[in-house]
Structures are given as structure tokens and as C-alpha cells.
Design a protein around this ligand. Structure first.
Ligand SMILES: C[S@@+](CC[C@H](N)C(=O)[O-])C[C@H]1O[C@@H](n2cnc3c(N)ncnc32)[C@H](O)[C@@H]1O
Length: 292
């Protein structure tokens, strides 16, 4: 498992009974997690005195119960000096997937090494379903030019705020509100290319024009067109998925048939996870990583 174990300001304190107790900076949250099928004693005082608790309803969705939590606060991922604005919103979200730091560290090293070996080379990175910009800012911090695409105006605005908080508001980042497949098709028609592509698609989503995204139907066509968008000398390709039932091997298979078949290189896929304070690890989705 690829563990996001470099966080200082974020921590999974404990997990039990379908929930996880987390520390986000100075605040403790209890949020649901379907992976947590065990019931262990809840000894940490945070279970009784959280700052907020998201209660899942059996009709789907759920609601937050607040005890003592600011409307918005920030945490910093120190290894890459990235700062994120957090706020509790729908579907238990806070605006950040901390486990993605495992992927940020991986591709940041590739970008830095590539630039050290070839200082004059400009690296163009495309980040699809880019949400609040974690991967965008990590790639920009490493020195890449980044194109950030997400269907939601609100998410793109939030990502721009995170760029400001991280002192990256002057970095070469293009912020685009668009449907990912439509954007990729347009880039192909324009003859544009990218040296690296990142995607973290939801299981189900909608484009700005109502375009339906259903991962099982749409991901192969997207990976196929993205492989055609890669430059002659691509450096990495990353797919992350939270879709239950999508084994890591599914991502490897997709990348093998569309990227390795064209550019060689190697692909590895595995679970991504978060260390828990009791020394165990909580699985949080899977990633497929290709590099030259
Ligand atoms: C929940 S996020 C995935 C996690 C996120 N990338 C992360 O790790 O931080 C999914 C994002 O995909 C966007 N989205 C959904 N359908 C889309 C589509 N068809 N085109 C572009 N973005 C889409 C949503 O607006 C949302 O920001």
C-alpha cells in the first residue's frame, strides 16, 4: 500500500464501527468510512468530544453536527509547503483527500528529477477532475506548467484560493471549468500535447453542461484519448479511483493497453492508504502509476 505518511497536520487517530476519528490541524472530526467494518473499543477522548461529527443517514447522504468548529480553517502539507482551506460540506467532504499526498510525493520527485536532468525542458501537466487542486499545486510546486480541469465553478474557485494560500497564485496554472472528455477531445483537435496526465474521476459525475460521467462506461475512452494527448517523451501517467470494487489491477490493465502499448515504460498499481495512530493502515482507494 502507498501510504501518505508525511503529514504532520493531519492524522487518523482511530477507526471503529463504520467511522474514523481524524485530526485536521487543531480540530477533530468523526466521519463515516464504509471500509471500517470492525468494532473496536473507542478509547480516545476525541470520540466523545469531537469538534464535529458527520452522521450518515440510511437514506443516503447525511448531516454534520457541529460542537466547536470554525466555518473555515487551514492545514499545511509541509513536505511540499502546500496550504489548503478546509470547510465541512456535503457528503462528509472537507475539501481535501489527504491520502492523495502519497501520489503528490511520487510525481513531484519525477518532475524534479526530469527538470534537473534537462533544465531547459518545460513540463506540461494535465490534471483532470482536479477538485480543490491538491495535485495541481503539487505539480506546480515541483516546477511544472499545469492545466487544471474540473466541471464545477465552485471547485475551481476553491482551488485558486488554495493556490493563493500556498503562494502559488503566480505559478503557470490554467484554471478551466469544463467537462473532462470534451476538453481532451478539443485538445486533440488543436494538436496540443502534455508530458504527464493525472485523473481522479468520481464513480459518477456531471459536466458543466450536464454531461454524465459513469466511470465504468467512460474511463476507458478517456484513458485512450489521453494516451493520444501525451507528448513524444511523456514522463508519467496517474489514475486514482475511489470506486468500490475497482481493484488496482483494473487501473494497470487500462494503462497497459493504452499507454504502455505506445510508450513502453512500466505501470504499477496499488492501494493508497493513511497510517492510523495505532500503527495500522486505512485503505483509501487505488492508484495506477505509469512512468517511462
Ligand atoms: C470528488 S472529486 C475527486 C477527488 C479529487 N480529485 C481529489 O483527490 O482531491 C471529483 C471531481 O470531479 C469533478 N467532476 C465530476 N464529473 C466531471 C466531469 N464530467 N468533467 C469534469 N469534472 C468532473 C467534480 O466537480 C469533482 O470536483
Amino acid at each position: 500500500m502507498w501510504l501518505a505518511d508525511n503529514w504532520k497536520n493531519y492524522e487518523v487517530i482511530d477507526t471503529s464501527g463504520g467511522e474514523k476519528l481524524e485530526r485536521w490541524g487543531d480540530y477533530m472530526l468523526i466521519r463515516p468510512d464504509p471500509q471500517v467494518i470492525w468494532n473496536t473499543k473507542r478509547e480516545h477522548y476525541g470520540w466523545k468530544k469531537p469538534n464535529a461529527h458527520y452522521h450518515r443517514s440510511n437514506k443516503g447522504g447525511g448531516e454534520w453536527e457541529f460542537f466547536d468548529l470554525p466555518k473555515q480553517w487551514e492545514i499545511t502539507y509541509e513536505p511540499l509547503a502546500l496550504t489548503f482551506g478546509l470547510k465541512p460540506f456535503s457528503f462528509k467532504h472537507t475539501g481535501l483527500f489527504p491520502e492523495q499526498a502519497a501520489n503528490w510525493d511520487w510525481f513531484s520527485d519525477i518532475i524534479k528529477t526530469t527538470r534537473e536532468n534537462d533544465p531547459g525542458r518545460k513540463l506540461k501537466v494535465l490534471n483532470l477532475f482536479a477538485y480543490t487542486g491538491g495535485a495541481t499545486l503539487a505539480a506546480a510546486r515541483a516546477g511544472a506548467e499545469v492545466t487544471h480541469v474540473d466541471a464545477s465553478k465552485g471547485m475551481v474557485a476553491w482551488a485558486k484560493e488554495n493556490a493563493m494560500l500556498s503562494g502559488l497564485d503566480g505559478a503557470p496554472i490554467r484554471w478551466l471549468v469544463d467537462d473532462c472528455q470534451k476538453f481532451v477531445d478539443r485538445e486533440l483537435r488543436r494538436g496540443n500535447h502534455y508530458d504527464a496526465i493525472i485523473m481522479d474521476p468520481p464513480s459518477y459525475g456531471r459536466g458543466p453542461g450536464g454531461e454524465i460521467w459513469k466511470i465504468e462506461d467512460a474511463i476507458h475512452p478517456l484513458v485512450k484519448s489521453c494516451a493520444m494527448l501525451l507528448s513524444d517523451n511523456p514522463v508519467f501517467f496517474l489514475i486514482n479511483s475511489y470506486t468500490t470494487g475497482f481493484a488496482p489491477g483494473v487501473l494497470s490493465y487500462l494503462i497497459n493497453i493504452e499507454v504502455v502499448s505506445k510508450f513502453g515504460g512500466s505501470v504499477v498499481s496499488d492501494e493508497v492508504g493513511l497510517p492510523v495512530s495505532n500503527g495500522l493502515a486505512l485503505p483509501c482507494g487505488s492508484s495506477g502509476r505509469w512512468q517511462k
